[in-house]
Write a protein that binds this ligand. Structure first.
Ligand SMILES: Cc1cc2nc3c(=O)[nH]c(=O)nc-3n(C[C@H](O)[C@H](O)[C@H](O)COP(=O)(O)OP(=O)(O)OC[C@H]3O[C@@H](n4cnc5c(N)ncnc54)[C@H](O)[C@@H]3O)c2cc1C
Length: 371
């Protein structure tokens, strides 16, 4: 009996789990190793902060999907791989043996190069830790009578969505002493988006009373202050960090081929270029055709990964995947309003938020929420 081990309950693996629940894999024992019983859908996380959704509506029940697929569920994280012995070493001390391994464990927060971030920033990842820390931040905001300065470090989709979500929550709950500043290294937020969308996002931040601090590269954090490579430091009461995706260390240290940043290099079939019985998808993978780290590509890799894991176990031909050159990005801007971009096209409005809400809810319905 072959053993297929799935590491991480990320966006591509929920599709694999769903596929296995619909059709078993004969002659193969399957295991899922992941630290939480649920998978938070990051696209809806800002909506939870804004107060649009309860957290249960944003969480896919991985344990239920695993049970439906009749596969083993290991509630722990991988710490490393022994590729010679074909086993995964886990945080709970167990070693999980595999013949075929698939990795969709997502990114780490890109904070390694920012001294002081471990002590003084609240990273948005791991998302479960962020969710646990959020009520404590709310208590701190509510417990302070004078002005409370919240700095959001990082002005990509995640940072911008977080800023608008917190601002919306503050408006609804009457946290009038909260001041939000969004800090980014570029002159405008949303690097990679069309220029008109970036300008629009900056205008919206200002309209909602938030400060946009662009063109400033963070150098280090210390208690209450964010220091930049140049210029005056910025004082804060709390700093949320949404600084992008970094690779975990263990794929490279385990001996898997990685790119220069440590992401697992895979070919067009999603197989590791060094270990063909290891597959990877989502943000942890470096695809043959390079794409931005984003949930869209993790979701799109899912069906091909599901097909190829099955085909590999059954010694059939694998499919080739070329990620689409452009992706639709839907960025919520708090007040049931959103921006959309597709290549150089962009739209905005309440109808965009309803479109995003429809797509997100449809995605969650397909895989089953914890509610
Ligand atoms: C606030 C926010 C908003 C965002 N909005 C968008 C958006 O609108 N559009 C978009 O395209 N992208 C968006 N993103 C980016 C998106 O979240 C990521 O690109 C996406 O989550 C990557 O999916 P993934 O499957 O690679 O990993 P993840 O979704 O991170 O899943 C990783 C899984 O692996 C598990 N895991 C982690 N480490 C281990 C380990 N060592 N061993 C075992 N399991 C492990 C985790 O618990 C999780 O189940 C947003 C991100 C944030 C934070």
């Amino acid at each position: 009996m072959k053993r297929l081990v799935l590491l991480g309950g990320g966006h591509a693996h929920v599709k694999v789990l769903d596929d296995l629940a619909r059709q078993r894999l004969p002659g193969c024992e399957v295991h899922l190793v992941t630290p939480y019983r649920r998978q938070i859908y990051s696209g809806m996380l800002p909506g939870w902060i804004a107060g649009h959704y309860p957290i249960e509506a944003c969480a896919i029940a991985l344990d239920r999907l695993a049970a439906a697929a009749a596969i083993g569920f290991h509630e722990t994280a991988a710490l490393g791989l022994d590729l010679a012995q074909q086993s995964v070493h886990c945080a709970d001390g167990s070693d999980v043996r595999f013949d075929v391994l698939s990795i969709d464990t997502g990114p780490m927060p890109a904070l390694q190069d920012l001294p002081g971030s471990t002590e003084h920033a609240m990273p948005v990842r791991p998302i479960e830790r962020f969710i646990a820390a959020w009520p404590l931040l709310v208590d701190r905001i509510l417990g302070q009578c004078r002005r409370f300065d919240l700095v959001i470090l990082g002005a990509g989709a995640a940072g911008v969505e977080l800023a608008f979500a917190v601002q919306r929550r503050a408006a609804v709950e009457g946290w009038s002493h909260l001041r939000i500043s969004v800090v980014g290294a570029d002159e405008l937020p949303l690097a990679g988006a069309p220029a008109a969308t970036r300008k629009h996002a900056a205008r919206l931040l200002a309209q909602r009373g938030m400060a946009w601090i662009g063109g400033r590269r963070a150098a280090r954090l210390e208690a209450g202050h964010l220091h930049f490579e140049q210029g005056e430091p910025l004082a804060f009461d709390a700093c949320l960090a949404a600084t992008g995706a970094a690779a975990p260390a263990w794929p490279a240290t385990s001996g898997l081929a990685t790119d220069e940043r440590g992401f697992i290099r895979v070919g067009p079939t999603l197989q590791s270029v060094s270990h063909p019985n290891v597959f990877a998808a989502g943000d942890v993978a470096a695809y043959a055709a390079e794409r931005p780290k984003s949930g869209v590509y993790a979701v799109r890799a899912g069906p091909v990964l599901a097909h190829n894991l099955r085909a590999f176990c059954e010694a059939r031909e694998l499919q080739v995947w070329t990620p689409q050159p452009r992706a639709l990005y839907l960025i919520s801007t708090g007040d049931r309003h959103a921006l959309a971009t597709w290549g150089r096209w962009s739209w905005s409005g309440r109808w965009v938020w309803r479109w995003k809400d429809h797509i997100d809810r449809q995605f969650m319905r397909r895989f089953g929420t914890v509610a």
